[in-house]
Write a new protein. Structure first.
Length: 386
């Protein structure tokens, strides 16, 4: 039966396709969005299964998290369906309605096992946020920019290695300076895989060439890459001087607040995707944890290996949106695009998800002005409510 959401501030596309906020609208849905109409014209309330009064909260498309290793004690590399179910339920608590479980540099047999588990989840019933596929981060990275990944398992990029999993891999991180030519990038893009530049020691010229060749995504901008120098612009310079979509971890650990503001203005507020890059420790508080067999210590918002290397985050995506807004002053509709419209378009899914539009899947994130979650709906089913 049909349900309704009323008395909210809806974040919807305007005539240009970009997002704006509108009040005085009622959203009608079942598993799909069936209508968005002025309040008072939502006749038939008596026949509705549920009418949710948003109480002036924002009603947005459900968030997409395209880079997340784990949360709530579970990790993608557990290669276990129960672990993915646990991640899905936790992500729904943070407004995420779809995500890409993210692998890391391990023995390739372990990565393959995780990819097979993700494939199964892609075709199963959702248990919270929907699994769209995988972000494969490693093993095709630069040893000098490995970050918290295990150098012993780094491999040269070879498309034949990943071709059996081309239906599962939606984004793949690669260090472009390790590629002998453009063949790997071209093969990935031909199979619908988004190539992302990351964990790389490339110079500006190499990074710019890779972007031109089709690598239109940048993994956790500024982290594990060559930075910006006035005589050596590096990967960061190439990313800012292009329309490549740049991932940002907005926990004020991976990116200084001022750097977030600089990036926002340099990119004109566009081509930005907010992510978490979170570990299994996300949601568990301070204490010991683990990443790819390596010991991790969490203190507050900082997660580190024994040598002090930052080991991903413990960030929830709705908190990242709040932090980014505080640091940049960006309008809420523009920030919502960074976790909905932009990633959905990049993944070729914008006809199905990513905006509040009639006919699209009924995925909603409902939150207050501080991005505190009120309710999360996935495919018409409420998976979180406060």
């Amino acid at each position: 039966m049909m349900k309704a959401i009323r008395n909210g501030i809806l974040i919807v596309p305007d005539e240009t396709g970009h997002f704006c906020s509108k009040e005085g609208l009622t959203l009608l849905y079942d598993e799909k969005i069936r209508a968005i109409r002025p309040e008072g014209k939502d006749a038939g309330h008596a026949d509705l299964e549920e009418v949710y009064d948003a109480g002036g909260a924002y009603v947005a498309p459900g968030f997409l998290n395209v880079h997340i290793h784990g949360c709530d004690g579970a990790d993608t590399m557990d290669a276990d369906s129960d672990a993915l179910d646990k991640m899905s339920l936790f992500q729904a608590r943070t407004g995420v309605t779809a995500y890409l479980p993210t692998t890391m540099t391990c023995a390739f047999s372990d990565i393959a096992h995780a990819l097979c588990t993700i494939r199964h989840a892609m075709h199963g019933d959702a248990h919270g946020a929907r699994v769209l596929g995988c972000h494969m981060e490693g093993p095709f990275i630069a040893p000098s920019k490995k970050g918290a990944q295990d150098a012993a398992h780094i491999l040269p990029a070879d498309f034949s290695t990943i071709e059996p999993y081309a239906d599962v891999i939606k984004i793949i991180t690669v260090a472009p300076e390790t590629l002998p030519d453009d063949a790997f990038i071209k093969a990935c893009t031909a199979h619908g895989i988004v190539v992302s530049i990351g964990h790389t020691a490339a110079d500006y010229k190499t990074a710019a060439h890779a972007i031109e060749a089709g690598a239109h995504h940048i993994t956790h901008l500024c982290n594990a890459m060559t930075g910006l120098h006035h005589r050596r612009p590096g990967v960061l310079g190439a990313a800012l001087d292009s329309t490549a979509n740049c991932e940002l971890i907005c926990d004020n650990v991976h990116l200084h607040p001022t750097m977030q503001r600089i990036i926002y203005h340099a990119k004109g507020g566009k081509h930005l995707i907010l992510i978490t890059d979170s570990l299994r420790a996300c949601g568990l508080g301070d204490g010991p944890s683990e990443l790819g067999g390596q010991k991790v210590t969490v203190r507050g918002t900082l997660a580190t290996l024994a040598d002090g290397t930052i080991a991903g985050s413990v960030l929830c995506l709705n908190d990242g949106l709040r932090i980014f807004r505080t640091n940049t002053g960006a309008p809420i509709p523009s920030i919502i695009e960074m976790v909905t419209r932009t990633p959905a378009k990049e993944l070729g899914l914008y006809d199905e998800i990513g905006s509040l539009s009639e006919g699209k899947t009924a995925d909603f994130a409902i939150f207050d002005r501080d991005f505190r979650m009120r309710r999360t709906v996935v495919g018409g089913t409420t998976y979180y409510k406060k």
